[in-house]
Design a protein around this ligand. Structure first.
Ligand code: SF4
Length: 395
């Protein structure tokens, strides 16, 4: 048997190592309750395990003191573990932003790391999400979460694209990034307010079922509000259509990564536009039922000389107005990365672009670059280890 076949033989169909059970983290109360019944315990024990993992951030079965000692022993002897994703490396920016490499216990040979980012004051991206927001209300911590390791979408301005797609993250691995970061900063849901943005590595709508299962875990088990969550898509139309069917009590805000004023330029910077051009994406977005005063966000990365000219701003204003959707535009000056030849526009061009949009009656906000010095800013996530040179560890 070759070495490769040998390695494959270690995996069962779910990618788990035989004898090692899947982590409890990632199972919801119903599945935990069913598991308890299967091993001859009352089903309400499942709720106790959920509370321990998702609200108290307990990482070891032996520390779940609401369970009897004998049950804790029974679970560990049978090979169960909590398996909360863990922060393996942390990089701290001068502006307080922290970028983490997160590893996933129990994923055996598939254990690539993903990245999450903590922004203590957010980056302004949530400003104006609803029409009557207090303009200072977004100034709260924001966690940026990954949905895949790497990404297949290949946006030309994005460092994550350089990794290609390594694999989808499971629901537990997506929700677990949030719990690992909440635990590190001693954030308690209900007492402290925090925003989540699914804008880290990967395209959430190309890992749709796991992404939405993670949102349900965060809402129903961890008690977070979907109104404090935003998912950004590059315009995966089947994903947007599915998203439109989700119940409002688990549906985050929707952001479309627009990044260009028309199909010609967008197809250059985002090849996915050849499959789903702007009008097709907008048609799909129209099927998403918005809550009262909710807005669709159009994310727009300004690339110096490519998408940042005044005529582009006027074209974006016309495009957004023609959608007829309650919407706003988030502007992001491109964050540089090694091996990508775009330039960051000067701050005057960014200000002029914003002024033109606002002058045309389009709400437009500037997302602050957070953690550029540690490769934590938008489009910079590629598991960089050496922040002096930007060299990364791939795969
Ligand atoms: S911007 Fe988002 S969708 Fe595009 S390549 Fe990067 S991670 Fe993927």
């Amino acid at each position: 048997m070759s070495r490769k076949t040998n390695q494959l033989a270690l995996l069962d169909a779910s990618g788990q190592v035989p004898g090692c059970k899947e982590p409890l983290f990632g199972l919801n109360s119903e599945r935990l309750s069913a598991l308890m019944e299967e091993i001859g315990e009352p089903s309400w024990r499942g709720n106790q395990i959920s509370e321990a993992m998702y609200n108290q951030y307990i990482k070891e079965i032996s520390e779940i003191t609401t369970l009897s000692k004998s049950l804790r022993k029974k679970l560990t002897t049978a090979g169960w573990q909590v398996g909360t994703p863990a922060i393996s490396n942390a990089f701290k920016s001068q502006d307080g932003t922290e970028r983490y490499l997160i590893e996933f216990p129990g994923s055996g040979p598939r254990a690539e790391t993903a990245e999450a980012v903590w922004m203590p004051e957010g980056d302004g991206g949530e400003a104006g999400d609803t029409a009557n927001d207090d303009p200072t209300d977004w100034r709260r911590a924001t966690i940026c979460v990954s949905s895949q390791v790497g990404c297949a979408v290949n946006c030309q301005f994005c460092l994550t694209a350089k990794l290609g797609l390594q694999r989808n993250l499971t629901a537990g691995e997506i929700a677990g990034q949030v719990v690992a970061v909440l635990d590190r900063h001693q954030v308690r849901v209900g007492r402290d307010r925090v925003n989540l943005v699914f804008m880290g590595m990967g395209e959430p709508f190309l890992n749709y079922d796991n992404f939405m299962a993670a949102v349900r875990l965060l809402v129903r088990e961890a008690g977070m509000s979907p109104r404090r969550m935003t998912v950004s898509t590059s315009g995966i139309v089947p994903g947007i259509e599915k998203f439109a069917q989700e119940a409002p009590d688990v549906r985050p805000h929707l952001a479309i990564s627009l990044n260009a004023p028309n199909d010609r330029i967008r197809a250059e910077v985002m090849p996915i536009n050849r499959k789903w051009p702007i009008a097709t994406v907008i048609d799909a977005v129209r099927s998403v039922p918005l809550r009262p005063r909710e807005r669709i966000t159009f994310e727009y990365v300004l690339l110096g000389g490519v998408t940042d000219r005044p005529e582009h701003a006027r074209e974006v204003a016309r495009l957004v107005r023609r959608t007829g959707l309650p919407s706003k535009v988030n502007l992001i000056a491109w964050n540089p990365g090694p091996g990508i030849t775009y330039t960051t526009p000067p701050s005057e061009s960014v200000a002029e672009f914003q002024n033109i949009l606002v002058g045309e009656g389009i709400p437009a906000f500037l997302r602050q670059p957070r953690g550029r010095d540690i490769f934590a800013a938008c489009g910079q996530l590629k598991r960089t280890i050496d922040t002096d040179t930007g060299s990364g560890r791939f795969g």
